[in-house]
Design a protein around this ligand. Sequence first.
Ligand code: KG4
Ligand code: ZN
Length: 362
Amino acid sequence: MRILAIETSCDETAIALVRASGGLRAPRFEVLKNLVASQIETHRPYGGVVPNLAKREHQKNLPVILRRLNLNKYGGSTSIDLIAVTVGPGLEPCLWTGIEFAKNLAKEIKKPLLGANHMEAHLYSNWLPQGKSHPERKRRISRDSSSALRRTQNDKDIKFPAVALLVSGGHTILLKMDSLVKWKKLGETRDDAAGEAFDKVARLLGLPYPGGPEIEKLAIYGRPTSIDFPRPMINAKNYEFSFSGLKTAVLYYLRDHFNLGTSDVQNIAASFQQAIVDVLVKKTIRAAIQYGSKSVLLSGGVAANRALREQLALGTKRFALRFHVPFFEYNTDNAAMIAAAAYISHLRKKKLRLTAQPNLNL
Ligand code: KG4
Ligand code: ZN
């Protein structure tokens, strides 16, 4: 079936056209078009996402992107079987904008509309094959340098049981998956999400929003062992996380050290990043071993972080676990993953309410 998917939960306006087949046993996706209009420049002066500005940008961008998708090239609106839209979690005014747009579109072209869960979508982004990149997004797409990582990205034959780590700006969740549709939450963050910690520490360092990629860029030149930041809850006998203490440790470090030069800031970035990566990798591998997993899945915006991808790839290799991570274009928010989640929901006959659900759970 062909799915036209819409994503507006935060600061990316995205529309994708995806062909889905294979059913629940062997879902397969072909990403015909994956368009993202980023609002980063709009929010940058404010150091974070301003919900009402984001809503206004979504309203402006949605019709433009839909036109740019050029549906006629793909058989027109009659070739679409399903429209999908994110209903949560996310920023309420942003979610409503996408939902209203999707409802109007569904009425206009007389097609069914299905709500999708943004975090389920991040999870299923592991099943998406590489799409044809759009020029607008090209500069943001990069490739994994390691051939081992590229192999895992191309391997969509994901074996269960699996452990999945979802790391985004709003969530840090560890899941045990018995199948594509059956999972249990092992733990999540008690305070800041991993991406949030990156963004907050970046702000402490005077770096622009979003902070994750900025810290990663600086960390390349720093020494990850130069400052011994805490690894919160790394040895706790559970699968919960807490990153706000780590952010405070960076704050205290900056308070106690003056006249920091470029290399000092690079060392702070590298040491902070290493502390987060250590916690995420150690707890994920421990969960995978405890639950007899065959595979480990990583996704969400923070999965774009190369240190995390590479160190989790190494850790899983040591224990002969299969490792899966999405192609770069599907780590941060996009609509192709919304189509994937909607396809699975459609097969399960699961219907989410078509209202904004800012705190929708996994
Ligand atoms: O999944 P996502 O696009 O949006 C949410 O659902 O939240 O994730 C955005 C988060 C931001 O906090 C951003 O700083 C972080 O992902 N992020 C990164 C990297 N790229 C994006 N964090 C660390 N390293 C990166 N390369
Ligand atoms: Zn997201």
